[in-house]
Design a protein around this ligand. Sequence first.
Ligand SMILES: Nc1nc2c(ncn2[C@@H]2O[C@H](COP(=O)(O)OP(=O)(O)OP(=O)(O)O)[C@@H](O)[C@H]2O)c(=O)[nH]1
Length: 539
Amino acid sequence: MSLAAKKKAAASKTATPKTGTPTPGSKASSKPSSKTGSAASTPRRGGASTPISVAQQDLQGLHLTEQVDEAELQREREKYRERPVPSMKQEELIAKVKADEEASGKKNISLVVVGHVDAGKSTLMGRLLYDLGELSEKDKVANERGSSRVGKSSFAFAWGLDALGDERARGVTIDIATTHFQTPHRNVTLLDAPGHRDFIPAMISGAAQADVALMVVDASPGEFEAGFDRGGQTREHAWLVRSLGVKEIIIGINKMDMVDWSQDRYDDIVDALKPFLTSAGFASAKTVFLPLAAMEGINVAEHNVPTAGSWYKGPALVDALDKVAVPERPYSAPLRIPLSNVFKGQTAVASGVAVQGRLASGVVQVGDNVRAVPGDVVASIRTIEVDEDTAPYAVAGQNVTLYLAGVDPNQLSIGTVLCPLNYPAPLVSKFVAQILVFDLQSPIIVGTSVELFHHSINVPATISKLLAISEKGQVIKKNPRVLQKGVTATVEITLRPATGSSRQAVMPLETAAENKEMGRVLIRRGGETIAAGMVTELL
Ligand SMILES: Nc1nc2c(ncn2[C@@H]2O[C@H](COP(=O)(O)OP(=O)(O)OP(=O)(O)O)[C@@H](O)[C@H]2O)c(=O)[nH]1
């Protein structure tokens, strides 16, 4: 699939509200980037993506508009419910997955790109894709033309990566776009994160899915400092990605052309970042620094530093990515697929309801039946797409598009978790978490209202009890009255019903001990990330 087409697909899911945060279900959009056989042969209709009922969808799929033959409709519905049979038992599948990985010599990793606004993230990724042959000359020329028309000709490479329309006019990335590329030993899924403060919720969704972060900083005079100061996004992004479980980080010190490849400037930036990254929880062995000039493609796909930069002997970006450690994937744990997208509206029922997400744990194959929670809906996996290609199975760590049979799209939403039939994730309205408190404007007290982020959703919640403050694993204070910046605390968190609803709010959640990825939460207040933590007990 061409990059332009991929971008179009990515752009089709950019429904993040420009101010405020996305709410569950708000990203549902028209249609995923499908090219499965069944989808291709399925009649599709244009039009608005307002949610429609299953019956209406059936009508669309069958091209019946007014005269409805109920019996015929029923037969068609039954047909949709015909399920492919899984070809392997779970244990067989896990063994095959491991053997396939061994044989391919390539491992899958997901990369999130973060950094202060305008640091050059999109330019860098555009350049990398171009140098790796993923962005054609034609795409690049079209991008150059398009971007100079709106008076931003230096954005030519970024153009390739940023989505369409609104985003182009403003020159700011507003939602996660995914693309794939390969290094000699890695298949990389790239999640391009927006740098703008308002868009951090979208970044959280990307970072929650990543194995490694590429943090881009701008070496130009004054710019690194602006991004690193309080209020700049460098610090918050580093905290966020680490809190979301990303252990490896590559720091691309970009725009070295602006400082004539000065080693002093590079060293100063490294010296400022190192202690900060350690305090944010990145082990120095898992931190790589490299100088770059993204626009000119220097030190991106090859170690081609100019004479002024001959002091640099380390890896080019592509070599650093090729060495990213692949975490042990929890294949044998029960399946958990938190959905990051549900395509409501135009998707015809015959090809299944299209959803996207990342396997937090477990394995799944075509024909498997899964239970969707909340809602307790049973669906059958009709088709699996990994990297836009159909696949017989998918495993923990992969981002997938799934086509589900036997389910109404309105029963699913962003945040729904697909689970095995006999092992659904528990639904929780209150839990205990151990949290690390970030930089705060005002302290956390009992009753503090927050937004709770878990994978791709955020829900209103209250810090209902402050249970303890600990240091190095020891409780140093019980029932504190306030939590200040920098402390590790045990708190009770209670979900609040959505505005206007009297129903008790619940969400699928597990303790971190049970399932690391399902037990990680982020806490924000008033557009600021104030804490991150692990669920330790479900109440
Ligand atoms: N001199 C110089 N300018 C660069 C380089 N890389 C990027 N730029 C410029 O920096 C500006 C911002 O680049 P983008 O790639 O849009 O930055 P971004 O980090 O993706 O920005 P957001 O999407 O808004 O977060 C553009 O004008 C680029 O042309 C570089 O290596 N050298």
